[in-house]
Write a protein that binds this ligand. Sequence first.
Ligand code: GTP
Ligand code: MG
Length: 196
Amino acid sequence: MGFVNKVSFYKSIATPNDFPNNTLPEIAFIGKSNVGKSSCIASILGNKKLVKVSKKPGATKYINYYLVNESFYLVDFPGYGFSRAPKAIHQSYEELAHAYCKRPHNVVSFLLLDSRRSLDERDIAGYNFLNVHKKNIVFIITKTDRLSKSSVLTYAHTLTDYFFVHTNKIIFFSSKTGFGKKEIENIILKGLENRR
Ligand SMILES: Nc1nc2c(ncn2[C@@H]2O[C@H](COP(=O)(O)OP(=O)(O)OP(=O)(O)O)[C@@H](O)[C@H]2O)c(=O)[nH]1
Ligand SMILES: [Mg+2]
């Protein structure tokens, strides 16, 4: 049996009242716009058609739930920092993110960072937000197919220096090549096991 045997789009969440009212475990993919959250989910699901990915930032407007093997959800967040509003994280996003974080069903929160872009205050705000809510944070460094190995390693050093995270909480990934996919699957499996 593969990691994903059955998958369906479950629903889009536009307001805090829309969250599913069952207790299936959830794995969230969070990060700035255009870092590759939807592509990462599509790669894990092995289904590009189901997941909305676009060339333009802001493709994901709502929080999208994908039901996997009828036993857990992959949760695709809209990118933060896309809004033209002066605040990096605008009101409705903030409201939804707060409501999401109060849900007890999240077993892993993947925080995605584009390996070609330097860390900025929105990444740090995202990390602090998840940390305050005591989420199990694992970093995914995306688009590593575009970078040399040494640049990717330098990026990882910046992360460990900045957040004091253990290297086992950092995954190098490419949705183009599938590099790092197995590691993501293993983190998900561990998260699901710990909940049982
Ligand atoms: N080279 C390369 N391009 C990637 C990779 N992952 C995503 N992309 C491209 O980056 C762009 C944005 O990808 P998305 O998956 O839509 O990003 P997102 O984080 O979901 O964006 P929002 O929904 O706007 O928040 C698309 O053009 C993807 O094809 C990767 O691993 N390598
Ligand atoms: Mg998206």
